[in-house]
Design a protein around this ligand. Structure first.
Ligand code: HEC
Ligand code: HEC
Ligand code: HEC
Ligand code: HEC
Length: 378
């Protein structure tokens, strides 16, 4: 179950297709704060200062900065707390006590304040999950090859492999469910985020064919794969992120893996399919898959900037009429992480943001949040 959860959250921006058409929604038509700002300040001093400061800077990690935020967005948020669409006990109570004019005034007040200067150094080096995966993967190159294309017989290539499958496989070694002493000691220290980084990196590499099998006959193997292709894809190129591709994989490794399902490797689905195969059938099947052309599982955004470009379409627009999306540059990092997880896990309503973030792993969320928090607010 835990495995499944991580699998599901593995973000893989692999083709995170940002299909969301537009953020346009004609809302507050002007960029300038409106309302009685002095009355707003009085409310802020009385009711908000303890957490958001009078200068609109969140006083603790996890409390958002409000200074210089779009007024329309602040207003809408307060309404959502009031209506229970967003949950926060203190804010619900405060918002319930406020008239619409109060909300307008206090929102206008915070919106009119200068942006909070950055607390995070701007020159912090932010590497994306992909870049971090690339660094971690250096430890694997000795056996799995440069870019995950192994040259050692018996050692699988990881390049282009399906990312959820890679995460699951690494965890199986980790937890001793899959036996391979060297892999276990290799991966002992990697945490969940690192595993996601590695999977993201390897899945995006271009796989090369490992070479023909010394045993078995590909032509005889092909008809036997009819029952495999429903899951592993036509010619062994899987289209499902949880199911490994077999095309072009090392023959010796494939043969060993099929046999392992008959003995030590636990996967009820696979055991059922390979239980009835003779050793000769296995050789033929392996010869067939080893001779097929591999394909990469997907492409990923390789830098955080590249990811953020997609968000900035809505979040970074100067056009106040065009966006209901809040400004995020210089926002508190912990708050951003919390907010993104809440959308992804369906704890905060917003169909736009939910659609956007379902595909995001914790790794991706962390790096996006760190990136925005480090940007000078404007
Ligand atoms: C007890 C501490 C506390 C007080 C007092 C408080 N807030 Fe907040 N505020 C928070 C926290 C924590 C959040 C983030 C909650 C969440 O995750 O939705 C928040 C979120 C907000 C948001 C949403 C911001 C965003 O970026 O989505 C607005 C708007 C807001 N507060 C306005 C106010 C106003 C106006 C007052 C005073 C009337 C106030 N708050 C008083 C702690 C507080
Ligand atoms: C000393 C050599 C060696 C090193 C270093 C190594 N591996 Fe492996 N790896 C292997 C071998 C051999 C196997 C096949 C084991 C088996 O049969 O289960 C394997 C299997 C795997 C698999 C399963 C692939 C599949 O198709 O099921 C994954 C995933 C993997 N390694 C990831 C990694 C990562 C990530 C690193 C670096 C952090 C790494 N390995 C470092 C030798 C190595
Ligand atoms: C019902 C779907 C399904 C069918 C049918 C199926 N597989 Fe699999 N196969 C999987 C899944 C899922 C995995 C990954 C399981 C795991 O994590 O160990 C897998 C793993 C494998 C592996 C290990 C790959 C690696 O990189 O370690 C091999 C080899 C394999 N299957 C061969 C076959 C062959 C040959 C057939 C047909 C005789 C077949 N499979 C039929 C779903 C299927
Ligand atoms: C199509 C427009 C659009 C795109 C693209 C978009 N967002 Fe949003 N985002 C919104 C809107 C609208 C809201 C306000 C929703 C609400 O009221 O909860 C929002 C809210 C948020 C919030 C909550 C901020 C706060 O102060 O509470 C975060 C965090 C966020 N988005 C992050 C992102 C990230 C990261 C991306 C890129 C992966 C992204 N968004 C892409 C429209 C968009």
């Amino acid at each position: 179950m835990k495995k499944l959860m991580i699998g599901m959250t593995l973000s893989v921006a692999i083709a995170v297709v940002m299909t969301v058409a537009g953020c346009a929604d004609k809302g507050a038509a002007t960029g300038k704060p409106v309302g009685d700002l002095a009355a707003g300040k009085t409310i802020a001093e009385r009711d908000c200062k303890g957490c958001h400061g009078v200068d609109g800077k969140g006083l603790a990690p996890g409390i958002p900065n409000l200074a210089n935020q779009r007024q329309g967005y602040l207003m809408a948020s307060l309404m959502e707390y009031k209506d229970g669409k967003r949950n926060h006990a203190a804010l619900k109570e405060l918002a319930t006590r406020m008239s619409e004019a109060d909300m307008q005034n206090v929102s206008g007040y915070f919106a009119s304040l200068p942006a909070v200067p950055n607390s995070v150094a701007v020159d912090v080096k932010h590497s994306s999950p992909y870049e971090q995966g690339k660094v971690l993967a250096e430890a694997c190159a000795k056996c799995h090859g440069e870019d995950g294309n192994s040259k050692a017989a018996g050692t699988p290539s990881l390049a282009g492999q399906q990312p959820h499958y890679l995460v699951a496989a690494i965890q199986e070694y980790h937890q001793g469910e899959r036996k391979a002493t060297m892999m276990k000691s290799m991966l002992r220290d990697s945490d969940k985020l690192e595993i996601e980084h590695l999977a993201l990196y390897f899945s995006a590499q271009t796989p090369t064919k490992r070479g023909a099998s010394a045993r078995g006959d590909a032509a005889a193997g092909e008809p036997l794969t009819a029952m495999c292709s429903g899951c592993h894809g036509a010619r062994g190129v899987s289209a499902d992120s949880h199911t490994p591709s077999l095309a072009g994989q090392d023959a010796q490794y494939l043969a060993g893996a099929v046999k392992a399902y008959r003995k030590t490797r636990q996967n009820w689905g696979m055991q059922r399919y390979v239980a009835g195969l003779s050793d000769q059938d296995i050789d033929h099947i392996v010869a067939y898959y080893a001779s097929q052309d591999p394909q990469p599982a997907g492409s990923v955004a390789t830098s955080t900037q590249e990811l953020a470009d997609k968000c900035n379409r809505c979040h970074d627009t100067e056009d106040a009429t065009a966006s209901k999306a809040p400004k995020m540059r210089g926002q508190d990092k912990d708050y951003l992480v919390m907010a993104l997880r809440a959308y992804r896990d369906d704890k905060r309503e917003s169909s736009t943001m939910h659609r956007m973030s379902v595909a995001y792993s914790n790794a991706m969320i962390e790096s996006l949040a760190a990136w925005y928090a480090s940007q000078p607010a404007k």
